[in-house]
Design a protein around this ligand. Structure first.
Ligand code: ADP
Length: 315
């Protein structure tokens, strides 16, 4: 028991309303929208009714306020969000390429989001937590390493569980970061990779081999994200479940993986069986891409049930 917790960046996202390349000329932008992968994840967990808390840092400004208001409204414990008087809330500008790719301009390291620290409030939240979700993409921030190290120990000491989204290129981290990455793979009860990340985490070229290698390292459950194609779940007992994707029109792909992961985890923590949890996770990921704004497609069970009833799936 105890809330699911995450640590990392809270941002606002400002996005282009038309496709194009880069930000080299003025264009029409929309936003600010609440964002940041850890914030998306934890907001989705809270919306499903799971206990949820976040360790983060925002500025004392309107961008911080819209994030805190959203997270509080949805039931996230924000007691460990530090409000900085010196640094502004982090931001991300996004533009969509005609080929489906995205161009980003980030302001994170020199913003409040880059000032995240293991504060007394962060320790208190970690000491109460029942589950820690770690995102690989946040691990290069120095303050986060300390928070993750503390929270892994605290959650384990309470008999809690750990999930890891290895969303970082292993080539981009070396030395101490590489060791931390490997330790987190070994520590994880649940791994939430997408295709390339699965292979990188295992260090092999083939999906079946990668799953076998990671299970042999002690990972209890691997849930693989396959974008529009859906997802698969592999468990230590050798079982495999595949779940086809819902057929939707993708308006904005940002946040799908985090909504998906939070939904799978929260359903499992509520005692739901794996196949049903995977089905809800697919629905949450698919619904999220139908809305502009990384957190605007987040939904509770009532909305997800309506979405499931009204949406066809790939066969
Ligand atoms: P990530 O954002 O981490 O790369 P994915 O893009 O694989 O993750 O999305 C996570 C999940 O969300 C997928 O496994 C799928 O269930 C759902 N999803 C994502 N994009 C789509 C899409 N275009 N159509 C239907 N479902 C989608």
């Amino acid at each position: 028991v105890g809330p699911t917790i995450v640590a990392g960046e809270i941002l606002v996202e400002i996005m282009a309303t038309e496709q194009g390349l880069g930000f080299l000329e003025p264009l029409v932008l929309m936003g600010p929208y609440p964002s940041g992968a850890p914030a998306i994840f934890i907001d989705q967990a809270a919306r499903l009714g799971g206990g949820a808390g976040i360790v983060a840092c925002v500025g004392r400004d309107d961008f911080g306020t819209i994030n805190l208001q959203r997270l509080r409204r949805d039931g996230v414990d924000v007691s460990a969000v530090w409000v900085s008087d010196r640094y502004p809330t982090g931001s991300a500008f996004v533009r969509y390429r005609p080929d489906g790719g995205r161009d980003f301009v980030y302001n994170i390291a020199e913003s409040a989001a880059g000032q995240i620290r293991l504060t007394a409030e962060a320790r208190q939240l970690a000491d109460r937590a029942g589950h820690l979700h770690v995102m690989g993409s946040t691990l290069s921030v120095s303050g986060l390493k300390e928070i993750v190290a503390y929270a892994v120990k605290a959650v384990r000491a309470r008999g809690g569980s750990i999930s890891f989204d290895p969303n970082v290129r292993k080539e981009l981290i070396d030395g101490a970061d590489g060791a931390l990455f490997s330790a987190l793979v070994d520590d994880a009860d649940l791994l939430l990779p997408s295709g390339d990340e699965l292979l990188a985490a295992a260090g092999v070229e083939d999906e079946t081999q990668a799953v076998a290698a990671l299970i042999a390292r002690g990972v209890g459950e691997i849930v693989l994200k396959r974008g529009a194609a859906g997802s698969s779940r592999f468990a230590a007992d050798g079982s495999r479940i595949d779940c086809a994707g819902f057929l939707v029109e993708e308006v904005d792909p940002t946040g799908a993986g985090d909504c998906f992961g939070a939904t799978y985890l929260t359903c499992r923590r509520m005692g739901m069986e794996p196949g049903k949890a995977l089905f809800y996770a697919n629905a949450a990921g698919a619904r999220n891409v139908t809305r502009r704004g990384p957190m605007e497609g987040i939904a509770g069970f009532d909305v997800l049930d309506g979405f499931i009833a009204g949406t066809a799936r790939a066969t």
